[in-house]
Design a protein around this ligand. Structure first.
Ligand code: ADP
Length: 496
């Protein structure tokens, strides 16, 4: 098994697997190619991992196919559930180490990463509980026929995940797929392969049969595209940018019409009404945009504040945001670490430049922090108009745009003026406003007097160009099962 010894300030030394995890073994890639993993905190090389090519994807798909058509098909739902629960236990037992790996690999604050890992365990356990509760039904069409409708797994599922919540996305994908009886090839993002590889070790320890869960590292345009185009992959599930989501949908359409679910980008509105509890609203607005360094598909990046409280809100929000501790992900008080990569850093800095050039006011931030690592100051733009790039496009960084509104009707219209529809939030003490505005917002999730409160029991996904399908909750099971109708003739032959 190929491993490398790594060290983190919070968990000390540990053995990091670096191979491709296929058939329960860590193996080298066919071409023996590797790629470097960069630490976003200091831009150093953490290690190298094996890089999957199209040939490795073929091997992983065959392993998943063999497992699906073989013993896994006959595995009882109860045992599938037990395996997921065991994986949940192992995540909890390794919580601190897994969080340290995430902080090292992604740059997220270790304290926040611990929350991610707890949520992974909850997700695995939740879907473990579902495994033996996936039921069909009987439909009566008359005395001559007995009909039943059952749920079957889809088959071999490719799952392509992003770098912003590497292990959380891993759990959201694997949980429902395994509960429904599928086999999986999961590809981590090239920026953050380490957590998934360590989790692969836990998959083996949990006792999953070979080939059921395969974990590969590699790039989107090669390994990702090979999965999306593969003729023997029955389903692809993807989380990432809308641009890549479109490419994956096209790949499915031009190959074998594999089933597709997509969780894509967002430009979520966060509305503060004049009757809101202002302190509460400010803390959720701050968390809504700056949590995970703004690298959330549901980040509340468009902030609309009612005009009577606009000036006061900006003053206090600036105050709050300037207290966010930015720095070393492993330091105890850190809230915001570095952005994940040079590419992301450059993209965000370009958006900041575009905002300044368009004439928006920089209330705080707007600059790089330090000269090493991909750190960016929490940045608040005010006086932003609807036509500005920073108000329309997903920035995926610690940058938000604020503008003021007069009336409820006006803000509903502006909030919905986006091609995205992943999430939205509003802050008010008025119950009627809460219910009316939540109903009018075109988004898959609406938060009232809160933000980013994701839960494994609650479906999450996008309206409009933010996606297809829902993850989490019971809804996610629909992504990983298909319906079979069986009709048994009991009476005499109809035309005999
Ligand atoms: P970003 O631009 O932020 O890196 P992406 O949406 O491109 O986000 O990446 C998310 C995931 O999609 C990663 O695992 C990446 O490797 C994968 N990916 C990127 N391009 C493709 C592609 N053309 N086909 C399949 N997967 C891809």
């Amino acid at each position: 098994m190929s491993t490398v010894t790594l060290e983190t300030p919070t968990s000390g030394k540990y053995e990091q697997p670096t191979g491709l995890f296929i058939n329960n073994e860590f193996v080298e890639s066919v071409d023996k190619k590797t790629f470097e993993v960069i630490n976003p905190t200091d831009e150093s090389v953490t290690c190298s991992v094996q890089e999957a090519s199209e040939k490795d994807v073929d091997i992983a798909v065959s392993a998943a196919r063999k497992a699906f058509e073989g013993p896994w098909r006959k595995e009882t739902p109860e045992n599938r559930g037990k395996l997921l629960v065991k994986l949940a236990d192992l995540f909890e037992q390794n919580l601190d180490l897994l969080a340290s790996i995430e902080a090292l690999d992604n740059g997220k604050a270790h304290s926040m990463a611990k929350v991610d890992i707890g949520m992974c365990a909850s997700t695995f356990r939740y879907y473990g509980g579902w495994a033996d509760k996936i039921e069909g039904r009987v439909t009566d069409t008359g005395p001559d026929t007995f009909n039943y409708i059952k749920k079957e797994p889809i088959g071999v599922c490719a799952q392509i995940i992003p770098w912003n919540f590497p292990l959380l996305m891993f759990s959201w994908k694997i949980g429902p797929a395994i509960a429904c009886g599928n086999t999986v090839i999961i590809k981590s993002a090239e920026q953050t392969p380490l957590g998934a590889l360590f989790a692969a070790k836990l998959i083996k320890e949990a006792g999953f049969p070979p080939g059921v869960l395969n974990v590969i590292s590699g790039f989107g345009k090669t390994a990702g595209a090979a999965l999306a185009n593969h003729m023997d992959v029955d389903k692809v599930a993807f989380t990432g940018s809308t641009v890549t989501g479109r490419t994956i949908l096209k790949a499915a359409a031009s190959s074998n019409l594999k089933k597709v679910t997509l969780e894509l980008g967002g430009k979520s509105p966060n509305i503060v009404f004049e009757d809101a509890d202002i302190d509460n609203a400010i803390s959720w607005v701050n968390f809504g945009i700056f949590f995970n360094h703004g690298q959330c598909c549901c980040a509340g990046s468009r902030i609309y504040v009612q005009e009577s409280i606009y000036d006061e809100f900006i003053k206090r929000f600036k105050d709050r945001a300037s207290k966010n501790v930015v720095g070393d992900p492993f330091a105890k008080d850190t809230f915001q670490g570095p952005q994940v990569s040079q590419l992301q850093f450059d993209r965000i800095m370009n958006y900041i430049k575009a905002g300044k050039e368009a004439g928006a006011t920089v209330e705080i931030g707007g600059n790089r922090m330090g000269d090493k690592g991909y750190f960016i100051e929490p940045t608040i733009f005010s006086n932003v108009t609807e036509d500005m790039q920073i108000m329309q496009e997903e920035i995926f960084g610690p940058v938000c745009s604020i503008s003021k509104f007069k009336s409820k009707d006006e803000v509903i219209k502006t909030a919905n003026n986006s091609t995205y529809g992943l999430a939205a939030a509003l802050h008010t003490k008025n119950l009627n406003t809460a219910i009316e505005v939540s109903g009018a917002l075109k988004a898959g999730t609406v938060w009232v007097n809160t933000y980013n409160t994701l839960h494994h029991q609650m479906p999450f996904g996008g309206y409009k160009e933010s996606g297809i399908g829902r993850e989490l909750g019971e809804d996610a099971l629909a992504n990983y099962s298909q319906t079979k109708t069986v009709s048994i003739r009991l009476g005499d032959a109809l035309f005999g």
